[in-house]
Design a protein around this ligand. Structure first.
Ligand SMILES: [Zn+2]
Length: 218
């Protein structure tokens, strides 16, 4: 899943209005923000197998540190504790934890059975919606636009950067999703990893957009 994770980040703003959209994106997409670095370090592995699912050609060979449920809970607790350190607010820490953990459950919908429960264990889960392109598109759109709707209702633009920045960010996301779904398979694992690192750009833009919007009605 791609857009859906960012949708969770957008939607979480309603429940954690004091947290910047940039941090909410980091939480909801944390596993996939960490993953490219572990690919580049040769710690986790993916291979390109065109046709392995109808939507994505990626075979997630092993990714126990970023995508085993046990480690996802660890990352969620860690980010929750960091939030606690800054905000001393239990609700906000819990929301960050839920955002991190939500990633695994959204991935569970779309991935083949390749998501481990424990690092190193052989039980791997995934409902495989990636074999149904229309269902994939509907699931991505549901979580993404649902989240954007909540964010747009919770915040208002302070200026044109807040207004057009949000519109531009949404369009940028949709274009990347379409390119992912309809474009050719990536040429190499290194290319996947560097494309993955570019997701940090969304985080940076989200901080910028959020700074130019205000909670409530302007
Ligand atoms: Zn993921």
């Amino acid at each position: 899943m791609f857009l859906g994770h960012f949708g969770i980040g957008f939607g979480a703003k309603k429940y954690a209005p004091a947290i910047s959209l940039g941090f909410l994106f980091v939480a909801a997409q944390f596993l996939d923000l960490l993953w490219p670095t572990l690919l580049l370090l040769d710690v986790e592995h993916v291979s390109i197998v065109p046709g392995i699912t109808k939507v994505t050609p990626l075979d997630f060979v092993d990714y126990p540190i970023t995508h085993s449920l046990a480690m996802v809970l660890v990352w969620g607790i860690l980010l929750g504790l960091i939030t606690w350190g800054f905000m001393k607010n239990f609700k906000y820490s819990a929301i960050i934890l839920v955002c991190v953990v939500s990633h695994w459950f959204l991935d569970l919908l779309v991935h083949r059975p390749d998501l481990p429960i424990l690092p190193g264990a052989s039980t791997r889960l995934g409902f495989g919606i990636w074999n149904y392109p229309i269902l994939t598109a509907l699931a991505e759109a549901f979580f993404f636009f649902g989240g954007v709707y909540l964010y747009a209702k919770t915040t208002a633009a302070k200026n044109k950067f807040g207004r057009f920045g949000l519109i531009g960010l949404v369009i940028f996301f949709v274009l990347i999703q379409v390119a992912n779904m309809f474009g050719p398979p990536p040429p190499s694992v290194t290319a996947i990893a560097w494309a993955g690192q570019l997701q940090w750009l969304f985080v940076v833009i989200a901080f910028f957009v959020d700074k130019n919007r205000v909670v409530g009605t302007a």
